[in-house]
Design a protein around this ligand. Structure first.
Ligand code: URA
Length: 312
């Protein structure tokens, strides 16, 4: 099972290098309370990337995503459709735990999202499965409710995007668990019909977002010294570029009409209030990067962490 283009080892190298570049991130306030930066884990050549919300307590303690109750359920659901954790890649919208597991904040999401986009760009998966509201709204650049989007099939570039409910929501609600199982079956069907996903259901192509993600992912690259620009210069890019067309009906217009993505819209607030902070943070980021020594120690540290994250 492989994802699109590039060799597995190139992707692994790029992903682990990227991990090393961002692991000490201090671009938002969450670094102050985190125990671990939770990069994500799994197969760097995964055909499926799952995107959750943010690390919780267990994830923060262990430095890996989905290792608590919701993670156990995710493992079961993966097995149910013939996969395991090592076949897929699991990441989150936020890499650091919000205190008391509160909801991710707009600034945190806007600050962290390019890391996710970069990971997706490197892995280039066949399927992106968004788990719950935050990852769905971010990846589809919409503020539409998850209940409207759940189970629908979207296409961004070469990747199919399937929004489903967050496993945590199904932990204690049997009816939600049934829906989640159905949605996991759909993941399998899409995987099996990757060349012809229309066999599984109507496809809504989302034009423009791929370019937007690519641009942002590129600007996240270490050594580019653009953290400030990335933080401050992104308002509305997605809105301008994203165009939803639908092979069949105009249903997708619903998504478009509602397309004032919270994360984009409120970035203005940040822009107005935090211009200097952005540059200061960028400087911190740069400084952090430059401290990474090119030495055997560094190589060993990257390898050790790679093993721990199960990147292969
Ligand atoms: N919930 C998430 O969204 N992510 C995790 O990593 C764990 C729980």
């Amino acid at each position: 099972m492989t994802a699109l283009n590039e060799t597995a080892s190139t992707k692994r190298d790029r992903l682990k290098e990227f991990y090393y570049q961002i692991k000490d991130c201090r671009l938002c306030e969450l670094y102050k309370t985190r125990i671990n930066f939770v990069f994500g884990s799994g197969n760097s050549n995964a055909p499926i990337v799952f995107v959750g919300e943010a690390p919780g307590r267990n994830e923060d303690l262990q430095g890996k995503p989905f290792v608590g109750q919701a993670g156990k359920l995710l493992d079961e659901l993966l097995l149910f459709i013939g996969f395991n954790r090592h076949d897929v890649f699991i990441a989150n919208v936020l890499k650091c735990r919000p205190p008391e597991n509160r909801d991710p904040g707009v600034i945190e999401i806007n600050t962290c999202k390019n890391y996710l986009f970069k990971q997706i760009e490197i892995i280039s998966p066949m399927i992106i499965c968004t788990l719950g509201r935050y990852s769905t709204q971010l990846i589809l650049n919409t503020s539409a409710n998850i209940s409207k989007l759940r189970g629908k099939i979207f296409k961004i570039g070469k990747s199919i995007v399937l929004p489903i409910n967050h496993p945590a929501a199904a932990l204690y609600t049997p009816s939600k668990l049934r829906i989640l199982r159905e949605d996991f079956k759909k993941i399998r069907e899409i995987f099996d019909n990757y060349e012809h996903p229309e066999n599984v259901g109507e496809i809504t192509e989302v034009y423009g977002l791929e370019r937007m993600y690519k641009a942002r992912a590129d600007s996240t690259g270490a050594g580019e010294n653009q953290a400030g620009e990335t933080l401050l210069g992104e308002t509305g890019t997605g809105k301008a570029q994203a165009g939803y067309t639908n092979s069949g009906k105009t249903e997708a217009g619903e998504v478009k009409a509602d397309d004032t993505n919270t994360f984009g819209a409120e970035a203005d607030e940040f822009k107005a209030g935090d211009a200097n902070a952005g540059e200061a943070k960028a400087e911190q980021f740069r400084t952090g990067e430059e401290k990474v020594p090119e030495s055997d120690n560094r190589r060993q540290a990257v390898e050790d962490k790679t093993q721990q994250l199960g990147l292969f």
